[in-house]
Design a protein around this ligand. Structure first.
Ligand code: GLN
Length: 428
């Protein structure tokens, strides 16, 4: 074990996959996981291990309890190896909105994707070293699928409500889902089976049975998702043909048109509400008490929140304000329902809907710097749909780009509670 700890620390020095590596690689519990190494995204609480969701405002926060998922894993004998780096509170697609930026395992000048970038990077690296490991990540609008695609591994996001959010440092409650990253479908299933299940501590936890039938009969590729780099399009269509023989191409126009604005309005509205608690009084960092409450509150937040977090607080607060609420927040909530219906109609006919995971390969940090906030948000065009609808989805590696030799991800989406279809060996 000593050797493995050293390897993990060495990798971390070079690639920044962890905000903190555990000092204690022991678990006396015997169970289904039998000392399997598990890394946990920084926003999911692990008892006695600093958990700060990639934010400066939570520096020094050491939970006195385990998130439900963490506890379930420990009960089954898992060894928690550390907290993985991420965009602050999950705000981003490249894990650059934070103090510890993970580098892509294939090319250090490129991003791992985000916001669960550290989880994806370490999953790939340990897989190369043949060290068995699984990572627990979180997705609000694509934060599991995107980095899985950029790092060439499996990234599974369950149906909303199947995995307890108790002990997760929230981004947006109606969207957040804890999921699994691994280098095999077998390990995705093994860990998912342990972390899923009703939890009375989470008021949005779902108390329903999963569909056990994992058969895949009919699939369709989403037409609008093929408006991407031609190399990605060709590779995806080739893969689908290889795996399923025949497939349909169907149009989901509402999703193409509205998923991005609806997602960003709702996600920012919810996140700005969740962040209100970091006011320097009870949660997170504080300063010397000076001025009136507004001045003090502003000083703390100015000092400790990153730029993207501030942008989201301002936009999110705006869309919830009296006078604007009906035009933005309420309208977005209504269109979200139409989007769900568009998917539901498609699932009457198909078992899986397929698209590329991301419209591009992992960009270079120098390219990311040049993106405007809107260009950044547009990168999520393919992943926000299933996340808004709470649908289970998985990103798998489809191959590599010819010139840059970077991984390209294919995303499969299933209907609610049909999560097991995404673990069908056919997707391997
Ligand atoms: N990139 C998206 C965002 O910034 C998704 C992030 C996530 O799923 N946590 O909101």
């Amino acid at each position: 074990m000593k050797e493995i700890i050293k390897k993990i620390k060495d990798i971390n020095k070079e690639y920044n996959y962890f905000n903190i590596v555990s000092e204690d690689f022991k678990n006396e519990n015997k169970g289904k996981l039998n000392n399997l190494l598990i890394s946990v995204k920084d926003c999911i609480c692990v008892k006695n291990l600093e958990s700060r969701a990639g934010s400066k405002i939570l520096e020094g926060y050491i939970p006195v309890f385990n998130a439900t998922v963490t506890q379930k894993l420990i009960n089954e004998g898992a060894i928690i190896i550390g907290k993985t780096s991420q965009d602050e509170f999950g705000f981003g697609s490249f894990s650059v909105n934070t103090y510890n930026i993970p580098k892509n395992p294939f090319d250090k000048l490129r991003t791992c994707g985000g916001s669960s970038g550290g989880s994806a990077g370490i999953t790939k690296k340990l897989s190369e070293l043949k060290i068995e490991h699984v990572s627990i990540a979180e997705s609000t609008g694509g934060s599991i699928a995107c980095p899985a695609s950029f790092c060439g591994i499996y990234g599974f996001t369950p149906s909303y409500g199947l995995v307890s959010r108790y002990g997760l440092i929230d981004y947006a409650n109606s969207l957040d889902k804890i999921g699994v990253m691994a280098d095999s479908l077998k390990n995705i299933k093994k860990v998912f089976d342990i972390i899923k299940g009703y939890d009375e501590k989470d008021s949005t936890s779902l108390n329903k049975e999963l569909n056990k039938d994992d058969k895949i009969k009919k699939v369709a590729v989403i037409k609008e998702s093929l408006n991407v780099n031609p190399e990605i399009k060709e590779l995806i269509l080739k893969k689908v043909k290889e795996k399923f023989g025949t497939y349909d191409i169907i149009s989901l126009p509402l999703i193409e048109k509205y998923a991005i604005p609806v997602y960003y309005i709702l996600a920012m509205a919810e996140s700005s509400t969740n962040l209100a608690k970091y006011c320097g009084m009870r949660y997170g960092a504080s300063l010397e008490l000076k001025g009136n409450f507004d001045e003090y509150f502003t000083d703390v937040r100015t000092k400790y929140f990153g730029q993207e977090t501030k942008r989201r607080i301002i936009l999110g607060t705006f869309t919830r304000m009296a006078g604007y609420r009906d035009a933005y927040y309420i309208k977005a909530a209504k269109v979200r329902n139409l989007i769900i219906q568009e998917y539901k109609k498609a699932f009457k006919k198909y078992d899986l809907l397929i698209s590329p995971t991301m419209p591009v390969i992992a960009p270079k940090f120098s390219e990311i710097e040049k993106l405007t906030p809107l260009e950044n948000y547009m990168m999520d065009i393919l992943t926000v749909g299933p996340n808004l609808a709470g649908l289970p989805h998985i990103s798998c590696n489809a191959g590599f780009s010819k010139k840059e030799k970077m991984p390209i991800g294919i995303m499969y989406i299933a209907d609610h509670l049909n999560d097991y279809k995404l673990m069908n060996e056919k997707l391997n």
